[in-house]
Design a protein around this ligand. Sequence first.
Ligand code: NAD
Ligand code: LMR
Length: 326
Amino acid sequence: MKTPAHIAVTGAAGQISYALLFRLIAGDLLGDDQPIVLHLLEIPEAIAGLDGVKMELIDCAAPLLHDVVVSDDPYVAFENADLAFLIGAKPRGPGMERRDLLRVNADIFAVQGRALNASAKRTVKTLVVGNPANTNALIAQHNAPELPPENFSAMTRLDYNRAKSQVAMHCRCPVSEIKRVIIWGNHSTTQYPDLHHALVRGKPALDKLEWDWYEKDFIPTVQNRGAVVIQTRGKSSAASAANAALDHMRDWLFGTPAGDWTSMTILSDGSYGVTPGLMFSYPVKTENARYQIVQNLEINEFSRNRLQITEAELLAEREAVRHLLR
Ligand code: NAD
Ligand code: LMR
């Protein structure tokens, strides 16, 4: 029997967590031979609801679930954590931009960064989902100076999955035939979903797709998908976000498939001319639980302009939270 993995989830009574937790205990992330201890964090007002979620988790009689810790104290919730999903934050409502959440949500990630620094395993891998995800991840990382900076990430995997599905639907082929899609930059409307290096059935995507569709339909569809889901469903995406969080962590831990890559928001090392130290979404390959940015991709003027737009937004967000950074 393996030693249990300790998985911390914040915002554990919220809608994304409700879609995530039951998949975690079913083995969808770590496999069906890896026991799990869940560490669930909520604000005091939501602890009663979270107790109900705990009851449901127990009622699954899931062989992998060894224990469930519920707390409103991040220092308790993050104790000994191997993996941390930082989901807890306010979602935007209709008409809001994700950056409007910065003032409301930024402090949460300073507190939680300090708590991870104090309580989690030194190897903890952290995925920030709560918006604005890139800058929240930057805040958490700055407040956890004793943890490896490369172990902090934010989620652009949902955008990446959305992009793949849009191409697959347009080409009428299975998603498994779409490879090497890239999401650059911020998880916001300035993100740049790039198909210049993508393959459809092994052939360059842009040789098959009409440029007009790419520029005028595909790019805005992916950039605005979150808002359109909010308008249509009345709430922000939840099951697809939980699914993307699992995909992100699974690829990080177990590696990207041969011949493909994924997109993860990680600390920029200056690759592709992006300001070092920003949390920026890059194409990455992963192996042995480490990622590497895919290098030497040709960036034409069209792409360079879009990279600069999304970088400028992230620089402005960083200025707005300067007081929370070290
Ligand atoms: P939700 O409102 O259903 O749940 C959020 C939960 O977080 C609530 O239960 C709330 O009590 C809790 N919370 C608030 N502050 C907290 C704190 N300090 N510590 C612990 N818990 C706290 O929201 P949701 O739909 O689950 O979305 C959560 C976040 O994820 C939002 O910010 C949303 O915008 C974001 N999101 C990101 C992506 C992405 O692709 N990166 C996708 C979807 C949603
Ligand atoms: C999404 O992309 O669905 C989430 O970030 C929610 C939002 O605010 O768009």
